[in-house]
Design a protein around this ligand. Structure first.
Ligand code: NAP
Length: 284
């Protein structure tokens, strides 16, 4: 039987320390505040928004939701973003992506103020991640992966970490963050040959490919630690990871569940980044 790496204890611990930091900021007359920018009302955005608002409320962070119409033009969107950039009461901005087709993310990503960009939309924060510059904001989900590994005292240094997926949202940043922790990192993608054999070499296997229950028992060995980032919802509305939990569960050392794994830590990282942004903006 493998050890289950649940997200809640990790999220609770992070929240505890945020509450103290927020209290401290409020005692100085500073109220950390997050702005969520949502275009339209996609169900996955709304689900994440509910989680983020709940987490922020729990730790004392103020929030506003800027809900923009689905057919907003690029120019209108940029005007809205610039207003939020300039609002000194707002310290963190989360823009839900992907944006609708008429909005060009390749242009908009240069518009968000890097110091408020708490989920690594801006190329400045991507560059800071690459450089290991800690004044930046890596994306929240890969940060959640690292926090889980740290919380459960799973050593990363010198370990072989294999990341399945190379997106800018999860795979690549997860690989860079694992490298920063001194793991030896391999990144796999859709053109990787002999994927199960490559994956089987991992001490830490991070699955972020967006394919329902794709990782099977032939991808793992008995001392693998599996971190499943995947969120896939089947026709009955049940959530599954990128790892076939039932197939793999008893074949590995440790594994995160889906749901109640990585996803439950992500909003606490978001809140942590709002506080970090607030402190940096106030020279604290
Ligand atoms: P994505 O942008 O679709 O990227 C998927 C990556 O997986 C790509 O690099 C792709 O390779 C690779 N891939 C696809 N099929 C593959 C295969 N058969 N073999 C090997 N590699 C394959 O997805 P994403 O945004 O990174 O998200 C990944 C997963 O994480 C999804 O399930 C998503 O729902 C989940 N997610 C969870 C959270 C959370 O809070 N827990 C947050 C964000 C995302 P190529 O580059 O070669 O195409």
């Amino acid at each position: 039987m493998s050890i289950l790496l649940k997200g809640k204890p990790v999220a609770d611990k992070i929240s505890e320390s945020i509450i103290k930091e927020v209290d401290d900021l409020k005692s100085k007359g500073i109220n950390p505040k997050l702005a969520i920018v949502r275009v339209g009302s996609r169900s996955d955005d709304l689900a994440y928004e509910r989680g983020a608002l709940k987490r922020c409320e729990k730790v004392g962070i103020d929030t506003i939701v800027k809900e923009l119409k689905e057919d907003i033009t690029q120019e209108e969107f940029i005007q809205e973003l610039r207003k939020i950039n300039k609002d000194n009461d707002i310290h963190g901005i989360l823009v839900f992506r992907p944006l609708p087709k008429q909005l060009n993310e390749e242009v908009i990503k240069y518009e968000i103020a890097p110091e408020k960009d708490i989920d690594c939309f801006s190329p400045i924060n991507a560059a800071k991640l690459l450089e290991g510059d800690e004044t930046g904001f890596p994306p929240c989900t890969p940060m959640a992966v690292i926090e889980i590994l740290k919380h459960y005292e799973i050593p990363m240094e010198g370990k072989k970490a294999i990341v399945l997926g190379r997106s800018m949202v999860v795979g690549k940043p997860a690989a860079l963050l694992l490298l920063k922790e001194n793991a030896t990192v391999t990144v796999c993608h859709s053109r990787t040959k002999d994927l199960p054999q490559v994956a089987k070499e991992a001490d830490i296997l991070v699955a972020a490919i967006g394919k329902d229950r794709f990782v099977k028992e032939d991808f793992v060995k008995e001392d693998t630690v599996v971190i499943d980032v995947g969120i896939n919802v089947d026709e009955e509305g049940n959530m599954h990871g990128d790892v076939d939990f039932e197939d793999v569960e008893n074949k590995v050392k440790m594994i995160t569940p889906v749901p109640r794994g990585v996803g439950s830590v992500t909003t606490s990282i978001l809140a942590k980044h709002v506080v970090k942004a607030c402190k940096l903006q106030n020279n604290i």
